[in-house]
Design a protein around this ligand. Structure first.
Ligand SMILES: Cc1cc2nc3c(=O)[nH]c(=O)nc-3n(C[C@H](O)[C@H](O)[C@H](O)COP(=O)(O)OP(=O)(O)OC[C@H]3O[C@@H](n4cnc5c(N)ncnc54)[C@H](O)[C@@H]3O)c2cc1C
Length: 402
């Protein structure tokens, strides 16, 4: 069995990779995180986090730091893009806290990332290695070897692919094609709160929903900033365009929208576009001494705002099992998949369902959906989300060896 000093290699220093490094590092395992970008954690927009992630933050020792940088919104509102009527309201204040014990928060991604990375930096056994993209790996039976893009080789005891939606590690392990394109794209912007029109909800997470498009917005950093995400279906999803082209597309897509929504769209910075993709769930994402986590393992649409939460749950679960298995990585990885695949698959499936049957409907289907949701009270809303927000029970012992 491997000792804790032979490093576990984590490929990708996103939220999932940073959480895995921290979780393992706190248990005394030596970890090397290889990140292709020149800097860790610089891509930043807002992120919503459900109450389920907080018991993971407790394990990582970062709960207070996260709360100090977060905002607890009053509610999540789904609003009709044409008449601004409220379709659904999930209160996220006192009653939510009473039901789920932990809060619903929004936070700047850069702040969350910095909290995780700063905590890693306090551990002598965690090494963060930027500018090191993994090109391929070899499982040598008793160790792993990573070939970096610049031809260096790096060896370790095991490998965790936390390299996101277009994971190099997954591609090599599972020999699959590209992720599933949805035909939707996203643009994200952060603007100063002071520049908003008076009639915008500032203390809620708001989702404006319309046929083939939606906008999400919420406050960040003590209410000084405002995060806006515009998502829509377009035939040009796979093409690179320029800002003028993107602007014309946005104007066309949202032409019948409410004036408040149009005013928000006018504030969007259209420099960068994200193509929205996911994959079908799978049962197995490990082989020998190599496993995956987060978007590399089970990429999801963002309808439930849970991709990062699932990556962090994965990270903490994986660290528990590696530690329990005392370095029998193959055994730990099999149990990790078993512990995680149904919960993450449900997030993937339910996110797709909401995407198609709740967020983006038009015509009579939309009217039926509105009528159906109008009758739901707070308790019913909470119960719909209980499977997710009640959290994930971490394994406290190893199961039978397979
Ligand atoms: C518009 C949008 C809104 C979202 N909103 C939310 C939300 O509100 N709440 C939520 O929980 N989730 C949300 N998500 C999902 C969330 O962003 C992802 O699920 C989450 O970031 C996944 O984390 P990860 O660490 O698995 O992957 P990533 O965050 O993608 O990190 C992967 C890292 O690996 C690095 N990398 C890639 N390839 C290599 C390589 N070959 N070698 C070395 N490094 C490599 C990358 O540079 C990156 O740093 C949203 C997603 C989108 C697109």
């Amino acid at each position: 069995m491997a000792g804790k000093d032979d490093p576990i290699l984590v490929i990708g220093g996103g939220l999932g990779g940073a959480a895995a490094a921290l979780a393992l590092g706190r248990k005394g395992w030596r970890v090397r995180v290889l990140e292709q970008a020149p800097e860790f954690g610089v891509i930043g927009y807002g992120i919503q986090l459900g109450p389920n992630v907080f018991s993971m933050f407790d394990r990582l020792g970062v709960t207070d730091a996260v709360l100090a940088h977060a905002i607890v919104p009053n509610a999540i509102l789904m609003i009709d893009s044409v008449d601004a009527g409220v379709i659904a309201r999930i209160p996220t204040g006192q009653s939510f806290r009473a039901r789920f014990q932990r809060p619903y928060i929004v936070i700047h991604r850069v702040d969350l990332h910095r909290i995780l990375l700063d905590a890693c930096k306090t551990l002598a056994n965690v090494e963060l290695v930027p500018l090191t993209g993994a090109a391929s790996y070899e499982d040598l039976g008793d160790r792993v070897r990573v070939h970096a893009n610049d031809n260096r080789t790096i060896e370790g005891a095991a490998l965790i692919g936390a390299d996101g939606l277009r994971s190099t590690i997954r591609t090599q392990m599972l020999s699959e094609g590209e992720p599933r394109m949805t035909g939707y794209v996203a643009h994200r912007t952060i603007v100063p709160m002071a520049e908003l029109r008076a009639d915008v909800h500032r203390n809620e997470v708001v989702l404006w929903s319309g046929p083939g498009f939606h906008i999400v917005h919420y406050p960040l950093r003590g209410g000084s900033l405002f995060n806006i995400v515009a998502v829509f279906r377009t035939s040009t999803y796979a093409e690179k365009g320029d800002m003028a082209g993107y602007r014309a597309e946005l104007d066309r897509t949202y032409r019948d929208s409410h004036p408040a929504m149009k005013a928000l769209l006018a504030m969007m910075d259209l420099e960068r576009r994200w193509v929205i993709s996911d994959r079908d769930p799978i049962r197995h994402w490990s082989q020998g001494r190599v496993t995956l986590l987060g978007d590399a393992a089970h990429p999801t649409l963002q309808s439930l705002a849970q991709g990062a939460c699932m990556a962090i749950e994965d990270a903490v679960c994986l660290a528990e099992l590696i530690d329990l298995a005392g370095g029998d990585f193959a055994r730990a990885f099999r149990q990790y998949e078993t512990a995680r695949y149904l919960r993450t698959a449900r997030v993937q499936y339910e996110s797709r369902y909401l995407w198609d049957n709740f967020y983006h409907l038009g015509g009579i289907e939309r009217e039926v959906m509105r009528q159906a949701w109008a009758g739901r009270n707070e308790q019913q809303m909470f119960e719909c989300l209980a499977w997710l927000y009640d959290g994930f029970a971490l394994p406290d012992r190893l199961g039978e060896a397979a």
